[in-house]
Design a protein around this ligand. Structure first.
Ligand SMILES: Cc1cc2nc3c(=O)[nH]c(=O)nc-3n(C[C@H](O)[C@H](O)[C@H](O)COP(=O)(O)OP(=O)(O)OC[C@H]3O[C@@H](n4cnc5c(N)ncnc54)[C@H](O)[C@@H]3O)c2cc1C
Length: 309
């Protein structure tokens, strides 16, 4: 592996400055579970640097774990961010590790689908290093936290090089395979996740070649809640297109009712929202069949938990 310099700045401004030095190829690092294997395996950095996705030799890594708020996992009252609030939200600092999320009693009690998604990532050692910010910034279509974050309507909080803040719905953060919405010098500070409406039920399912330590062939997140007028459904899938996807057409079918026939139709319709490919983890036909099967399973699991009308 080529040598590189390592910095651990204390402020966002300092971190952004390091990431934007004109004569150097710099990369943010959190847990390093994506950065280090890519750097080691290719000798030249495989991860995109922050300049237009070019592959150049990495000579500087900027450890963002010590920046303010990066390790916070707390409840916050936020008045307005991408439409969320003023209800209580979960603030998850970008450098919070998957095992911290999976084992948090706050997350398990109010955002159980996020705890399940975090627990499905990698294995024990990986989850002790891998961060939620790293998971979304890598922007793999198979990022296992993504479908849960999509159905939870999470927002990504971003710090800019001049200290400016911006906030994006998580679905707008993923822009293509391994591409995200960050501009040069920007850093993800954390995620803001609204509390699901009272009575919401959810389910996360991941299919991979091995029980642990492998990326998804398909992953599905489903969430639903009843009001006096209707039942609202949210469905999202991972590893079935260039980015994780919501399945609004399937959600609309379920909003009209969710008997066995409607569930079959919604699962088949969710398939139309995806464009799966064959890769080392799965052939195309198997992955296509699993989109329908897993979606049906997830919807059934949520429907079974919902209170009767
Ligand atoms: C054996 C193994 C198994 C794995 N299994 C899974 C799995 O089952 N599911 C899954 O989804 N992933 C899996 N992964 C991938 C990886 O562990 C996750 O994507 C992890 O969440 C990445 O987090 P990290 O903190 O290690 O990121 P890092 O490697 O530190 O960074 C990843 C990328 O994000 C950028 N970055 C990190 N944090 C920030 C930030 N705050 N702001 C701006 N940019 C940032 C970095 O520059 C880099 O480009 C696996 C990896 C390995 C090695």
């Amino acid at each position: 592996m080529q040598p590189f310099d390592y910095y651990r700045p204390k402020t966002f401004e300092e971190a952004s400055e390091l990431l934007t030095q004109p004569d150097r190829t710099a990369l943010a690092i959190a847990g390093g579970t994506d950065v280090i294997p890519q750097t080691r395996d290719r000798d030249r950095v495989g991860a995109r640097d922050q300049v237009g996705g070019r592959n150049r030799q990495l000579d500087l890594v900027v450890d963002i774990k010590g920046l303010p708020g990066m390790r916070d996992l707390v409840l916050r009252r936020i008045v307005s961010c991408c439409g969320t609030g003023p209800d209580e939200c979960l603030y998850v600092g970008a450098a919070v590790r998957m095992n911290e999320i999976a084992r948090s009693s706050i997350v398990q009690d109010h955002w159980p689908i996020l705890a399940d998604a975090a627990a499905s990532i990698g294995n024990e050692q990986i989850r002790n290093r891998a961060t939620i910010g790293g998971n979304i910034c890598t922007a793999s279509p198979a990022a296992d936290s993504a479908p849960a974050l999509y159905v939870l309507d999470a927002s990504v909080l971003i710090k800019g090089p001049r200290g400016e803040d911006r906030c994006l719905p998580v679905a707008q953060f993923f822009t293509g395979p391994k591409k995200n919405a960050l501009k040069r010098g920007e850093i993800v500070a954390g995620l803001l996740i609204p509390k699901p409406p009272a009575g919401a039920r959810s389910y996360h399912e991941k299919l991979s070649r091995r029980r642990a330590g492998d990326l998804s062939i398909v992953s599905v997140a489903a969430l639903a809640f009843r009001s006096a007028e209707c039942t609202t459904w949210r469905l999202a899938l991972g590893a079935v297109g260039p980015t994780p996807v919501r399945a609004p057409a399937a959600e609309a079918i379920l909003a009209r009712g969710y008997d066995a026939e409607a569930i079959d139709l919604a699962a088949a319709t969710a398939f139309g929202c995806c464009c799966p490919i064959a890769d080392i983890r799965s052939g195309l036909e198997y992955r296509q069949a699993m989109v329908v099967n897993l979606t049906r399973k997830a919807i059934r699991a949520v429907a079974a938990q919902l209170p009767q009308a």
